[in-house]
Design a protein around this ligand. Structure first.
Ligand code: XMP
Length: 509
């Protein structure tokens, strides 16, 4: 399949670049900037994009590339750091700035090129850079400027383009068109990537690979495992066996909903393992957050392994791994990748007896959602906020008990339903209630109360690495608080969490 490769210099926008390419019907891949040159010598690679990145070209250990990349006869688009490194390697002058230029600027196109076909002469672009190019390399010509920067440049003889701004973000008004021009006109990649084909091809591949063997999949009810299960089920029907470990730490009625949808509605082979007692027993007396995570993670694997052993003919283990999970992390990517790994608590150890089946490995989250919808999974399951592997175990601060789980489920359910009723659910990224190990005094009717406090948490984020608290309307919060206090026995005070990440995290534990 023809594709465009994004060389990763650590920009937070890399996945966005790759997504924008795919929106043009062309497959894209993100690979580390230092990938071996031989990897790029592939006739299916129609273009290369050099991403932005946090470094200065002069930093010690700054990511540099082999200059021979530019002689591969593959069109190249360098964005931000990608421009600076190109200019640096072609002997232009890159100057470190004391201050980052961050925000909107106005681009003026001074000379037409294939990259800017169909664009207005002036438009808004998004800048986020430290270094800037002071003097273009002799082989390059300037095609566009902003008041403070050389904004577009092109090699005089080769298809090498440079942009100082970020065409991949929506703040750049005509960025989409520039990426389209690069992908379809300059690289001449054929737009053959689409999700309908992907579904058909993947189903055929699964059939072919699995043959008459059995496949086991850990179904969590989350988007990725659900879509993977549905896709595999389409391919091999009853040969797929889903193991759904109900830890008892799920959201209200979640276990029943998952069972109803996949077992009854989709007719899948789902083994629901009700393990609430086991988990609660293991959690007794434990209040340290990391210890709780470990206990839940270990117990989860144990239950799963026990069930797996009962299925003697299974040869494959399916997982809902998606593309952001497999993009190889490079050092310039900073700590973001490491933060993620500790979250794979519900993840299962690689088992050498099994072959892995990961039908979503090539897809971004929003593509997974589109596949899920087109396979008939209801929108409310597909658009659900993420839910951590350890579940309510890390939203009940301190020691977990059955009563606390029930209180939290009820309070959380009220909050989530109100968000849905007020059309706010899709406007926030993740919302939930946290039960605090704190009691406070209140008054209800004429009676003094002394009960628990819950915190309402709602965060807005793109990548879950950083987040701001949602600016939910006060009237809305008022309504949620009143309902929780009136309807959930054991809670007499509600507080709203206004902490961003950093310094906070989204979850409280
Ligand atoms: P934090 O709290 O670190 O969370 O800001 C970022 C995102 O990760 C989710 N999260 C987890 N997911 N296992 C998971 O599968 C975990 O142990 C875990 N801890 C946090 C969290 O819900 C948020 O979406």
């Amino acid at each position: 399949m023809e594709k465009i490769v994004v060389l990763d210099f650590g920009s937070q926008y890399n996945q966005l670049i790759a997504r924008r390419i795919r929106e043009n019907g062309v497959y894209s891949e993100i690979v580390p900037y230092n990938v071996d040159l031989s990897y790029l010598k592939d006739e299916n690679i129609k273009g290369i994009i050099l991403s932005g990145g946090p470094n200065s070209v002069y930093d010690e250990g700054a990511p540099h590339i082999d200059k021979r990349i530019y002689s591969l006869n593959i069109p190249i688009l360098g964005i931000c750091y990608g421009m600076q490194i190109t200019q640096y390697l072609f002997e232009g002058k890159v100057t470190p700035s004391l201050k980052r230029e961050y925000g909107k600027s106005t681009l003026s196109i001074i000379k037409d090129s294939k990259l800017t076909t169909g664009l207005d002469k002036e438009s808004i672009v998004w800048m986020s850079h430290g270094d800037h190019v002071d003097k273009l390399a002799p082989d390059f010509e300037l095609l566009g400027t902003t008041p403070s920067s050389m904004a577009i440049a092109k090699h005089k003889n080769l298809d090498i383009y440079n942009l100082q701004f970020h065409p991949e973000v929506t703040h750049t008004a005509q960025g989409e068109r520039m990426i389209k021009n690069f992908v379809l006109d300059i690289c001449e990649a054929s737009p053959s990537w689409n999700l309908e084909n992907y579904i058909e091809e993947t189903i055929a591949e699964i059939k072919n690979r699995v043959g008459d063997k059995q496949v086991i999949l850990g179904l969590s009810g989350g988007v990725d495992s659900s879509v993977a299960a549905t896709l595999i089920h389409r391919a091999i029907g009853d040969q797929l066996i889903c193991i759904f470990v109900d830890t008892g730490l799920l959201r209200k009625d979640e276990g029943d909903k998952v069972e109803e949808l996949y077992s009854n509605h989709f007719n899948m082979n789902v083994i629901r393992v009700n393990s609430k007692e086991r988990f609660l027993l293991k959690l007794q007396g434990i209040s340290d957050p990391e210890a709780k995570r470990k206990v839940i993670g270990n117990e989860f694997v144990k239950v799963f392994e026990e069930e797996k052993l009962k299925l003697e003919n299974a040869k494959f283990l399916a997982q809902g791994t998606i593309y952001p999970d497999v993009i190889e992390s490079v050092s310039v990517n900073g700590p973001s990748q490491t933060i993620k790994s500790h979250h794979n608590v519900g993840g299962l150890p690689k088992d050498l007896d099994f072959e892995l089946l990961e039908p979503l490995r090539e897809l971004f989250k929003d593509e997974v959602r589109i596949v899920g919808l087109s396979l008939g999974i209801p929108k409310e399951m597909i658009m659900r906020h993420p839910f951590p592997g350890p579940g309510l175990g890390i939203r009940i601060l301190g020691e977990v008990s059955e009563d606390k789980v029930k209180i939290l489920q009820d309070a959380d359910d009220i909050f989530i339903n109100e968000l849905i009723n007020e059309n706010l659910y899709d406007k926030v990224s993740q919302a939930f209630v946290v039960l605090l190990p704190v009691k406070s005094v209140g008054v209800m009717g004429d009676t003094r109360t002394y009960e628990s406090v819950v915190a309402i948490r709602s965060a807005n984020t793109v990548d879950f690495m950083t987040a701001t608290f949602s600016r939910l309307p006060f009237e809305f919060l008022d309504k949620v608080a009143s309902r929780i206090i009136n309807e959930v026995r054991g809670i007499n005070r509600v507080v709203y969490d206004i902490t961003s990440k950093p310094p906070g995290t989204i979850e409280w534990e």
